[in-house]
Design a protein around this ligand. Structure first.
Ligand SMILES: Cc1ncc(COP(=O)(O)O)c(C=O)c1O
Length: 406
């Protein structure tokens, strides 16, 4: 099996779109990726022939939807190499998963004076849930710094632990700098001290498959819309023995064992954490996306993404009118940049008129922006369906922007 970039791309109908009379170079993949036909078809199939509410029905369609929903859990477990399918909790997305962990541990294990370690390059989804514990429970957030490329100094990281440290929560791939932190090593350091470790895999999982057992993490978060699946769905991997100790995050149907007027007892994980009607169609379509991903030549897919990143970095390095942020070796396909004297929003608008979709802003990473000494950057991020022509179109459009703003 080898990775065929052309036939991979052909599976994404939206990529044939023309905007302003130009072919679309969609380079906003770190925000959300486009969907392959197989996922679009699966959503259609569920809604036209296999939809009903799950778990509680006794009729044909409910049984079918339940089986498909639970099969999607198997797909996530396989993609992440979880030891047990019950370690996979469906959530409404990455943000929801991180809030689940923070809020549940905030009830059971993290109280006043307890410490949480984050890096300064985390997405707000992996910062604000912990700030809520700081505000509401008196927990303390400790920050590990990064260098200009996003590298974490492991000695500085080790020095942050005290006997009050309860959890470390670190991105698997920075959505700005593209850097991949040494998760396995960092998780081992946490575990030597009896501390839980969460990886925010929202940007990382799409370059998978992921092996949560080899990484040695207690929690791993993925989000559907960044991994060729729908939005409104994500998954939390939680080690079985850890999930078993955690109280529910939300209350409602399905997460209970018994309810009386005086008390309630709870279902076992993962159902304990899936209150109410879940995103049924979205979960099934996420399963289809992951099954499809597992059929790809992932080494070839990653090599293609790397070649695109190298191509863009080479084309932009050495130009005296552009600042590039993040040059880590083996970084993921994310390039953050600023043009001298131009606001990234203006640059993004010029690029848009050239058919190039990028993102501009703080990328939900205000602490990192402060660390880099900027308020915002442009960001081009590549997926495996992008082509070298997309990169050329992007670089040409940047030159045009530079002429306009110089
Ligand atoms: C690193 C990272 N974590 C978390 C999230 C949030 O995920 P979701 O959009 O599924 O809530 C994002 C989305 O941009 C992200 O880039």
């Amino acid at each position: 099996m080898s990775f065929d970039a052309t036939s991979f791309r052909e599976q994404f109908p939206i990529l044939n779109t023309e905007i302003y009379g130009k072919s679309l170079a969609y380079l906003d993949n770190a925000a959300s990726v486009q969907k392959p036909q197989i996922v679009i078809d699966r959503i259609n199939e569920v809604l036209t022939g296999g939809y009903a509410n799950v778990h509680r029905g006794l009729h044909y369609l409910s049984n079918k939807a339940t089986a498909d929903y639970e099969k999607a859990r198997d797909s996530v477990a396989k993609y992440l190499n979880a030891a047990d399918r019950d370690e996979i909790v469906f959530t409404a997305g990455g943000t929801d998963a991180m809030n689940l962990v923070a809020q549940s541990l905030g009830v059971s294990q993290i109280g006043e004076g307890d410490e949480i370690i984050l890096s300064v390059m985390e997405h707000h989804s992996n910062i604000v849930p912990w700030h809520l514990l700081r505000e509401r429970k008196g927990a303390v957030i400790k920050w590990v710094d990064v260098d200009d490329d996003g590298h974490i100094d492991l000695d500085a990281y080790r020095a942050l632990f005290t006997d009050r440290t309860k959890i470390v929560s670190i991105t698997g791939l920075s959505n700005v700098l593209g850097v991949v932190p040494p998760i396995r090593e960092m998780a081992a350091i946490a575990h030597e001290r009896g501390v839980l470790f969460l990886t925010d895999g929202c940007q990382h999982a799409v370059h998978g498959p992921v092996d949560v057992q080899a990484l040695g993490v207690d929690f791993y978060v993925l989000t559907g819309h960044k991994i060729y699946g729908p939005n409104g769905i994500g998954a939390l991997y939680g080690r079985k023995d850890v999930l078993a100790t955690m109280p529910p995050f939300k209350g409602g149907g399905e997460m209970i064992d018994t309810v009386s007027m005086d008390e309630v007892t709870y279902n076992d994980p993962p159902h304990r954490f899936e209150a109410g009607t879940p995103p049924i169609t979205e979960a099934i379509a996420l399963g289809a996306a992951l099954d499809w991903m597992m059929e790809q030549d992932m080494d070839g897919l990653r090599a293609h993404e790397r070649a695109l990143t190298d191509h863009a970095m080479e084309a932009l390095t050495g130009l005296n009118w552009i600042n590039l942020y993040g040059r880590a070796k083996d970084k993921g396909p994310v390039i953050a940049f600023n043009l001298n004297g131009a606001h990234p929003h203006d640059v993004s608008t010029v690029l848009d008129r050239q058919g190039v979709a990028i993102r501009a802003g703080h990328h939900c990473c205000q602490p990192l922006m402060r660390r880099l000494g900027v308020t915002a950057t442009g960001r081009a991020s590549f997926a495996a369906y992008n082509t070298h022509e997309d990169i050329d179109q992007f670089v040409k459009a940047l030159h045009k922007a530079q002429e306009l703003f110089a």
